[in-house]
Design a protein around this ligand. Structure first.
Ligand code: TRP
Length: 371
């Protein structure tokens, strides 16, 4: 099998998630822990049933503590550098579900310095502009304004910097080199940045003035940052944060994740219905056969079909999804038909999202924390 790469800055090749679990020292979300979760939520989000959220670290402890009456906060984030695409929404949708089920406060970090450090052609003005664009998508998810705090690092640094310094003092250059693969040519901002991403995991304890747990729903590539956070937390007197981790939404063209920086691999939340249609028809990698005759005889391959993969993320109706799987696999359903269904499902989702995104423009201030 071809090698794959998963770091916070790069996802390449076909990801072997089992291998990732071993390499990252995380655990699979197994039946036991899902049953334990269901005791509190009454149902499982389809992201869990379909193993889109598939791994965790210390989520079992979060539940155990919750059962003892100890609440937890949620924390996630988004480094602004461009428009939001469908893949970004996945952890946010799940965070909203957790917020509703556990009545948790959500801390939403917008590190507007992160991509500034990592990309040559991006100014702090650019990332700030994208931050406020992206916040519309975040609010559109439907988070409770009374229980959700959003901040930009550059606007809330007065509250964060002290703790970032405490983290920085505990992390050596050789640790960041080993964890992130940094070289001597990396700039100091890139090396320091992970300290800023650690801090919100400690805010629950700082705000509550007593040890308070933090659960971080995010894509699996971000766990590296939190491995560092977990390592230094006890040294600073904070509880170790837990993570609950999802897979990547595949890019339109096969291989790797949906990415803003590669043309025609992503569907953006502001795409028009026509644009979504063109992208799916023209670019979505197909698991269909070369001719209709061959397709009818051998059937399609849903496992490699990007449209089908998108349905597993965005079609809630599990019975319908199963039927589509059967029909495509048996050859009864052709690629064209599968693509039409996908276009309809995505456009219906986006139509609702875009309405909420528009309304979010008046709500920004209800969510923001600033110095
Ligand atoms: N590094 C993340 C990104 O590239 C942004 C981020 C900051 C984040 N804090 C987080 C993501 C916490 C998940 C959880 O988008």
């Amino acid at each position: 099998m071809k090698e794959f790469v998963v770091t916070p800055w790069e996802v390449k090749g076909k990801v072997d998630y089992e291998k990732l679990v071993r390499n990252f020292g995380i655990e699979l979300l197994d039946e036991r822990i899902l049953a334990q979760l269901k005791k509190h939520t009454g149902e499982l989000h389809y992201f869990l049933e379909r193993k889109i959220f598939f791994a965790h670290k210390y989520f079992d402890l979060i539940l155990k503590e919750f059962e003892k009456g100890n609440k937890f906060y949620l924390y996630t984030g988004r480094a602004p550098a461009g428009p939001v695409h469908l893949g970004h929404l996945v952890p946010w949708i799940f965070a909203k579900w957790l917020q509703d089920k556990f009545n948790s406060i959500l801390i939403f970090q917008i590190p507007d310095e992160e991509k500034f450090f990592f990309k040559d052609d991006l100014s702090l003005e650019d990332t700030k502009k994208w931050a406020y664009e992206n916040i519309l998508d975040i609010i559109a998810i439907g988070f409770d304004p009374k229980k959700t705090k959003i901040f930009l690092d550059t606007e809330y640094a007065g509250h964060l910097y002290k703790y970032a310094c405490m983290v920085a003092k505990k992390v050596t250059l050789s640790t960041t080199k080993a964890l992130f693969g940094f070289k001597d040519s990396n700039n100091l901002g890139e090396i320091f940045y992970t300290c800023m991403q650690s801090v919100p995991a400690f805010l629950p304890t700082i705000w509550e003035k007593k040890p308070t747990n933090c659960l971080i729903p995010c894509a699996v590539d971000q766990d590296v940052h939190f491995r560092l956070t977990r390592d230094i937390a006890p040294k600073l007197g904070f509880p170790k944060p837990a993570t609950i981790l999802c897979k990547f939404l595949p890019s339109l063209t096969q291989g790797g994740k949906m990415s803003t920086s590669v043309e025609n691999t992503a569907i953006f939340t502001t795409d028009t219905p026509e644009k979504v249609r063109t992208k799916i028809i023209k670019y979505a990698f197909s698991g269909g056969r070369k001719t209709v005759k061959e397709h009818r005889k051998k059937g399609g391959i849903p496992e490699i079909d990007v449209s089908y993969q998108y349905l597993t993320f965005f079609l809630e109706d599990t019975k319908k999804l199963k039927q589509i799987y059967e029909d495509y696999k048996s050859g009864k359903m052709l690629t064209g038909e599968l693509k039409e269904i996908t276009i309809e499902v995505l456009n219906k989702f986006l139509q609702e999202h875009q309405k909420r995104r528009e309304r979010a423009k008046e709500k920004i201030e209800e969510f923001m924390l600033r110095d």
